[in-house]
Design a protein around this ligand. Structure first.
Ligand code: ADP
Length: 191
């Protein structure tokens, strides 16, 4: 049975780490919009240049661009076993567009996994990641990070009730250790 998932949470919540583990264990396709956008940025294309200025400012890429991007990848054969969306949807407009795309494709979401982490912990985690990593993301500095958290709280958190009404939200304590978070997710996914 395929599993169609969304992993949801603020910057630094550990979505990428957990989504990679879910991909390995369940064979679902990890679709990280941040990774896709960063790949386009480093290609040096005119679109990439435009995207880079948005990412570096900690702002959101326009909904129509994101919706088109996700539309392409959800249609790919690699998503037949299921997918885990990481970084999408981030606005109510994107959440509604996702619904429409899934209906057209004859698919349904199974779970929206929400990683809860307090803001003060997030800032520490991301700045530590930036300090340790050789290839630090250009948006992982304190100023941009505070903007990203603000955007998350203003534009992304408000879409949770939309998924709650559909009975899809599974809240996980994202402040537990990485393995404990994985264990909680596996419990939700029935493994
Ligand atoms: P994080 O969750 O750590 O903030 P991501 O890697 O998911 O980072 O995304 C990095 C940046 O890419 C975001 O700050 C935003 O500029 C852009 N982005 C990613 N996904 C979306 C989306 N669904 N809608 C708009 N912008 C997006």
């Amino acid at each position: 049975m395929s599993k169609n998932l969304v992993i949801f949470g603020p910057p630094g919540a550990g979505k990428g780490t957990q989504a990679t583990r879910i991909q390995e264990k369940y064979g679902v396709r990890h679709l990280s919009t941040g990774d896709m956008l960063r790949a386009e940025c480093s290609s040096g294309s005119p679109l990439g240049e435009m995207l880079k200025s948005i990412l570096d400012a900690g702002q959101l890429v326009p909904d129509d661009v994101m919706i088109q991007l996700i539309g392409y990848v959800l249609d790919e054969p690699g998503c037949a076993e299921g997918f885990i969306l990481d970084g999408f949807p981030r606005t109510l407009e994107q959440a509604k567009a996702l619904d429409e795309m899934l209906v057209k494709a004859g698919k349904e979401l199974d779970h929206v996994i929400v990683l809860g982490v307090d803001d003060d912990i997030l800032v520490g985690r991301i700045l530590a990641r930036a300090a340790q990593s050789g290839d630090a993301r250009s948006d992982d500095n304190e100023e941009t990070l505070k903007k990203r958290l603000g955007v998350y709280n203003d534009q992304t958190t408000p879409i949770l009730p939309y998924f709650e009404e559909k009975g899809l939200v599974r809240k996980i304590d994202g402040m537990a250790s990485i393995d404990e978070v994985t264990a909680q997710i596996n419990e939700v996914l029935g493994a």
